[in-house]
Design a protein around this ligand. Structure first.
Ligand code: C5P
Length: 310
């Protein structure tokens, strides 16, 4: 024993896993006065996730590095939603931001799975923990809603009804687990682009507002089997996504031919979700969809899973 104290351990980082979201029901109303569309949706968090790690930088500033999906193409500066989230928490706490954020991305970019919103939710939580910021649920929700319509749900995970522009949440007690094959494509769709296409198609008389989430909420609460759920999936943006990226139609059709119970565009697309009977079926279905070609990547996922601030 020398009597010396051990050198201080390097400051531990804070790591937060944030799941992707899907919308088993996505009802899109008309644009409101503020330009956002009224939504009546059911969100569900799935087991595909990004990991946000926050570490002290040792000097003022917000530094972002990215690995995985979108690395090298996504912005790492103030345009990144995670950067905005870190800045917002620092502003709330009245402190100078001092953080290195690393985003390890598995959620496809601009795919309709809320990858950017997940990173923002993760950055809010990770920075609040790193900087010891005391923040209540309501305040965190308010900051999240300011960052984007899907960010509040990304904090919570699980299953929830979303109203307003998607930021007003009512939790749903889903009893069960559902298995999906997630097929990404070579293309991306920016969310506003898809909303514009919904409006354009409606001017031509194509599309409706599926405002009633009652049946699918009941199915989740009752732990319905996948066959029943398949008949209840709704996406009012699907026609718009297919109109923008017509190749989605053959991807969807192919998955159905391979035995999927349903093919469902995720949010504003272009990711396509295929519902499987159970985990065994999802593994076989994923293999067949991969062999068929036409998807950029094919993942297995199940939901619901908890979010980082559940
Ligand atoms: O809320 P968020 O920033 O994620 O929305 C991105 C864009 O998507 C908005 O600027 C708007 O064009 C469109 N949007 C919409 N109605 C919603 C949510 C998003 O029109 N309910």
């Amino acid at each position: 024993m020398t009597g010396q104290t051990a050198p201080a351990a390097p400051p531990a980082g804070v790591s937060v896993d944030v799941p992707a979201k899907i919308n088993p029901h996505l009802g899109v109303g008309d644009p409101r006065a503020d330009g956002y569309h009224a939504l009546s949706t059911v969100y569900q968090a799935i087991s595909l996730h990004d990991t946000v790690t926050a570490q002290r930088r040792g000097e003022p500033g917000i530094e972002i590095t990215i690995s995985g999906e979108g690395a090298g193409t996504l912005p790492t500066g103030e345009d990144n939603l995670a950067h905005k989230a870190a800045k917002l928490i620092a502003l709330y706490a009245g402190i100078e931001p001092d953080v290195k954020l690393h985003l390890n991305k598995r959620i496809p970019v601009a795919g309709g799975l809320a990858g950017g919103s997940a990173d923002a939710a993760g950055a809010l939580i990770a920075c609040a923990r790193l900087w010891d910021v005391e923040i209540g649920d309501a305040e965190l929700h308010r900051l999240a809603a300011g960052l984007g319509s899907d960010v509040p749900f990304c904090l919570k995970g699980g299953t929830a009804i979303g109203t307003g522009r998607g930021e007003e949440l009512t939790p749903v007690r889903a009893k069960g687990s559902w298995h999906w094959v997630v097929a990404t494509t070579d293309t991306q769709i920016a969310t506003p682009e898809c909303y514009k296409e919904v409006d354009r198609l409606r001017e031509d008389g194509i599309g409706r507002y599926s405002s009633d989430v009652g049946a699918i909420v009941q199915a989740f609460e009752a732990g319905a089997d996948a066959d029943s759920l398949a008949r209840l999936l709704v996406n009012d943006m699907e026609a718009a996504a297919v109109s923008l990226r017509p190749q989605l139609a053959s991807l969807m059709h192919g998955g159905l031919e391979e035995g999927a119970l349903a093919a469902h565009v995720s949010g504003s697309g272009p990711t396509v979700l295929f519902l499987a009977t159970d985990v065994k079926h999802s593994v076989a279905l994923a293999r067949r969809i991969r062999m068929r070609g036409g998807a950029r990547s094919v993942h297995l996922a199940h939901g619901p899973v908890a979010g980082p601030a559940a």
